[in-house]
Ligand binder design. Structure first.
Ligand SMILES: CC(C)(COP(=O)(O)OP(=O)(O)OC[C@H]1O[C@@H](n2cnc3c(N)ncnc32)[C@H](O)[C@@H]1OP(=O)(O)O)[C@@H](O)C(=O)NCCC(=O)NCCS
Length: 332
């Protein structure tokens, strides 16, 4: 129903509550009453009552959801790299802004983008690990957060009922989304930093990254050549080997001030292996990502290490990945 401005002012003056309840809105020289507006360029309410703002929001959400259901989900191409970097940077993530990281996951897993027209709205990356699908990354353009893009990407990333896991950020949308895709919270992945310590048995040394990868394959039977090849081209990175009684007890990768990854062979103490691995650093402060139940956490906290932040490990099946390793959150 439409009315002249004079009618509107008269009505609002006498019946302010009714005007609010029926959401009367000025449209150019006329007023529109009661949610009958269908034009997409809805003007702002002259004095927006709550209900009007809410119904406008509802309409926008409906349009957004419609556009999300029509959104194309496809493998990322070379032409998407800049858009992926834009979305990663807008979310404060360094990995997605690194073309080598994106190339690694495109080549050794899967990398999907959600596209409307020519615009990338979000992306996700997956890979197979430990017989399960790992969600490595899920990032949505901040202007579209909460609009259903993440859900569409997850539906495409996990099409079947296979085992799956991820490390969920503290974004309030992440955990509910993953819970509804069959993953339960298992333990926190702690981002710790502190003094590396100097004395430790067994002993550790920096080695060539590729040699450390070969050693890990021998220790665990898991071939992580592709990941080690990726870490090998990260500036300042070396392999790390920990020896116990002359035999290799743990293998991993370290940057100048961060232990990126460490796997300890069964039969060796993961806490002792970590203490040794930390002796390869010259930096006064070192960073590691440790599962909350890792046996070294308590000692590190006693040695004045700090928990800087944490993610949540979520999985469809318990114990897909061991909680006694130094983990690299997006590569495990
Ligand atoms: C986390 C992220 C990927 C989710 O994608 P998204 O498109 O924003 O999320 P969606 O809209 O598809 O889904 C979010 C869901 O969480 C629900 N939700 C939001 N806050 C919630 C809360 N506090 N409690 C319960 N559910 C909540 C929403 O209602 C929505 O469910 P619905 O689709 O049934 O309405 C995205 O917000 C993002 O990029 N965040 C920043 C980067 C980040 O943290 N990424 C995750 C890395 S693990």
């Amino acid at each position: 129903m439409t009315a002249a401005i004079a009618d509107y002012l008269w009505f609002e003056q006498r019946f302010p509550d009714l005007a609010k309840a029926y959401c009367i809105t000025l449209v150019g020289p006329r007023a529109v009453i009661g949610g009958r507006m269908t034009a997409p360029n809805v003007p702002a309410c002259s004095r927006p009552p709550q209900g009007c703002a809410r119904s406008a929001r509802r309409r926008m959400t409906t349009w957004a959801r419609d556009s999300v259901s029509r959104m194309e989900i496809r493998p990322a191409g070379d032409g998407d790299i800049a858009e992926i970097a834009r979305i990663a940077t807008a979310n404060g993530d360094g990995d997605g802004a690194n073309p080598r990281y994106v190339a690694h996951l495109r080549g050794n897993g899967g990398f999907l983008v959600a596209v409307t027209g020519r615009e990338v709205a979000g992306y996700c990356a997956i890979r197979r690990f430990a017989g399960a699908t790992m969600l490595c990354d899920l990032f949505v353009d901040p202007v579209r957060h909460g609009g259903g893009v993440g859900r569409r990407l997850l539906e495409a990333a996990f099409p079947g009922s296979e085992a799956r896991f991820t490390f969920a950020s503290q974004d309030p949308r992440a955990m509910p989304l993953y819970l509804r895709h069959g993953m339960r919270p298992r333990w926190p992945l702690l981002y710790l930093s502190g003094p590396p310590g100097r004395d430790a048995e067994p002993s550790a040394t920096r080695v060539d990254v590729v040699d450390a990868g070969a050693a890990e394959s021998l220790l665990t039977g898991v071939d992580r050549t592709a990941d080690y090849a990726y870490w090998a081209v990260t500036p300042g990175t070396t392999g790390v080997l920990v020896y116990d009684d002359g035999a290799v007890a743990a293998a991993g990768v370290a940057g100048p001030d961060n232990l990126i990854h460490l796997t300890t062979a069964s039969g060796h103490d993961p806490a002792a292996a970590l203490r040794s691995a930390l002796t390869v650093f010259d930096a006064p402060t070192v960073r590691v990502c440790l599962p909350g139940p890792h046996p070294a956490v308590e000692d590190l906290l006693r040695a004045r290490w700090r928990i800087d932040t944490y993610d949540h490990h979520m999985s469809s099946v318990a114990d897909i990945i061991g909680s006694d390793r130094v983990l690299s959150p997006s590569l495990a």
